[in-house]
Design a binder for this molecule. Structure first.
Ligand SMILES: Nc1ncnc2c1ncn2[C@@H]1O[C@H](COP(=O)(O)OP(=O)(O)OP(=O)(O)O)[C@@H](O)[C@H]1O
Ligand SMILES: [Mg+2]
Length: 287
């Protein structure tokens, strides 16, 4: 299983738990907060407070006639972080690209604050508040860090100072060309550039790609802080499973394009055998 994440748990005895039981038990988990269980909201919760910021219903995506990821459901209220996990080629990037409108949907819907996004219209998705931080970062490498932020800025988004508050390490690099800073700093800039666009939904694809683990350990808590302080919903595709589960509220495990598990992040962190079972699917466990 060379495509398991490097920091995966040691293989565990699966205790005869069939994958179908695991997914059946967890697939129905509602990713939103139940207002009735949140005393802070009180009994007179208005309908708007219940509307999820991001809702994905039965999303099926792929390339032309080839379906790559099937029937994905997500429901996240403000400030929630969802970790999307899965081996290489599972369909995670395809899912995020399709949500962002860069690829046409084969089926299903994506709604931001209850409003359905038109299919395959990245500009419309972006204007609705859905911002993708792609795994290639796509920075203007010849522009300075400050210029990259200024070019992307939208009314109501964090200004350069606000973005620097999230990423203080970038502050003394503002005048440096984006192409000349370290990989970690480029990744910070990629996320900061999303923040100045005032995202309601932030889709982050493998922010840790090519970065040293020590940098990843610094970056992921910022994701939590962004969700807590701006109320943005964050969908985080991440290979550093344990670090991702530490900052996420919910987790979705996709294998070969199928959702194998949808559960609370804490549940998955506490029971790594669930991840192991989901990754292995219906295959026999070999010694
Ligand atoms: N442009 C494309 N055209 C056709 N098939 C593609 C294209 N891009 C990706 N695929 C296929 O879609 C499947 C899912 O790929 P995707 O990149 O979404 O997976 P992933 O989960 O993001 O993987 P990784 O962890 O390696 O980033 C793979 O089988 C891949 O070969
Ligand atoms: Mg990918």
């Amino acid at each position: 299983m060379s495509n398991l994440p490097e920091d995966r748990p040691e293989p565990v005895e699966l205790d005869g738990v069939a994958p179908s039981e695991v997914s059946a038990e967890h697939a129905a988990v509602d990713l939103s907060v139940d207002p009735a269980l949140d005393p802070a909201l009180g009994p007179a919760v208005d309908r708007a407070a219940e509307t999820p910021v991001l809702e994905v219903r039965g999303l099926t995506a792929g390339y032309g006639a080839v379906t790559v990821v099937r029937d994905v459901d997500v429901r996240l209220t403000a400030g929630k972080v969802l970790a999307v996990l899965g081996p290489n080629g599972a369909g995670k990037t395809t899912l995020l690209s399709t949500m962002a409108g860069l690829l046409p949907r084969i089926g299903g819907e994506v709604l931001v604050e209850g409003k359905a996004l038109p299919n395959a219209r990245p500009g419309a998705a972006n204007r609705s508040g859905l911002v993708l931080v792609s795994d290639d970062r796509a920075l203007f490498t010849r522009l300075t860090i400050r210029e990259n932020l200024q070019v992307a800025h939208r009314p109501g988004g964090l200004d350069v100072d606000g973005a620097m508050d999230m990423f203080p390490a970038l502050k003394k690099r503002l005048k440096v060309a984006a192409g000349a800073v370290s990989g970690g700093e480029q990744q910070m800039l990629a996320v900061a550039r999303a923040l100045v666009q005032r995202p309601k939904v932030l889709l982050i694809d493998e922010m840790s790609m090519g970065l040293a683990p020590v940098i990843v350990e610094e970056l992921l808590p910022v994701v939590r802080r962004i969700a807590d302080e701006t109320g943005a919903v964050i969908v985080l595709v991440e290979q550093h499973v344990h670090l991702a589960l530490e900052v996420a509220d919910e987790a979705l495990v996709i294998v070969h394009g199928d959702v194998r598990l949808a559960t609370a992040a804490g549940e998955l962190a506490a029971h790594p055998e669930l991840l192991q079972t989901a990754y292995l699917g219906g295959e026999a466990v070999s010694a």
